[in-house]
Design a protein around this ligand. Structure first.
Ligand code: UDP
Length: 256
């Protein structure tokens, strides 16, 4: 199907060689997976929505000077990105208790956390992405102490920015997972945001109804996954595919 050389295929995305050195093409698949791919379905159109939503979020982050791998969207399913060396960690930021935090620590789902919490998970499917501490990360050389500092500082900025962005369109950012990569430029290396930010990697709840608008619809068999993703895109003002790709920007939802 593609004329490009495949570099890597994951559960929801494929990376191809880019048009110039130092670039890659990130392709968004329609595959929905959960529980380390034990549950797997094709959700027609999910890749297109995630491409658009992630593009929008990364573009806004680039605009506020937060370094990301995103260069530009190429088409409905592909974006051009900077090639980085992925740090093998999933960085999770939480504002409200849900998912594995609620399960592990017995904190009721939906309770607002006393402060935002950052967690690290080691990216390893065979081990089921175990939670790890900074001690493990530095001892096993997955990232250095300054890289951990950079990731935490960027994660907090991303959380503050995205919490506001989503709140403005009536969505509560409960938690999300991000990944970072090392970008080598001349003799310099810096840590930048990589991967994607989409309803696949975030928990997004409607502010008023607390309806889930994210991958939990798939994980928990709630149905309406695609509709929920479409609603997220629509509220961000990026839904209509016949319109120019830049979108109209977020639409303010007034709280009463
Ligand atoms: N998450 C993700 N990929 C993973 C694990 C988690 O994108 O492999 C996201 C998930 O969508 C949620 C956040 O990270 O927004 C925290 O997930 P949690 O640790 O609660 O795990 P889960 O309950 O999804 O197993």
């Amino acid at each position: 199907m593609s004329r490009r050389r495949k570099i890597y295929e994951g559960k929801a995305k494929i990376l191809y060689e880019g048009p110039e050195p130092g670039t890659l093409v990130q392709f968004f698949k329609d595959d929905a997976t959960a529980f380390n791919a034990q549950k797997h379905e094709i959700v027609d159109g999910k890749g297109v929505l995630n491409n658009r939503i992630s593009e929008y979020v990364f573009e806004q982050l680039n605009r506020i000077g937060l370094p990301t791998h995103f260069i530009r969207r190429i088409n409905m399913r592909e974006q051009l990105i900077k090639e980085v060396e992925i740090i093998p960690l999933e960085v999770v930021v939480r504002n409200v208790a849900a998912g594995s935090l609620s399960k592990r620590l017995g904190v009721e789902e939906g309770s607002v956390l006393p402060r935002s919490i950052i967690e690290f998970y080691y990216k390893n499917d065979e081990l089921n992405d175990p939670i790890v501490s900074e001690e493990h990360i530095t001892a096993f050389g997955w990232a250095s102490p300054p890289e951990i500092d950079d990731m935490m500082a960027l994660a907090i900025r991303i959380n503050d920015f995205l919490s506001g962005l989503f709140y403005g369109v009536g969505i509560q950012l409960v938690d999300f997972k991000i990944e970072f990569g090392r970008l080598y430029e001349n003799d310099m290396m810096r840590v930048i945001l990589a991967d994607e930010i989409s309803p696949d990697s975030c928990r997004l709840w409607d502010v008023k109804t607390k309806d889930k608008m994210d991958k939990d619809r798939f994980r928990q068999d709630l149905g309406g996954m695609l509709e929920a993703y479409r609603e997220v895109a629509s509220r961000l003002g990026i839904l209509n595919e016949n319109e120019p790709p830049r979108g109209k920007g977020p639409v303010l939802v007034k709280s009463d």
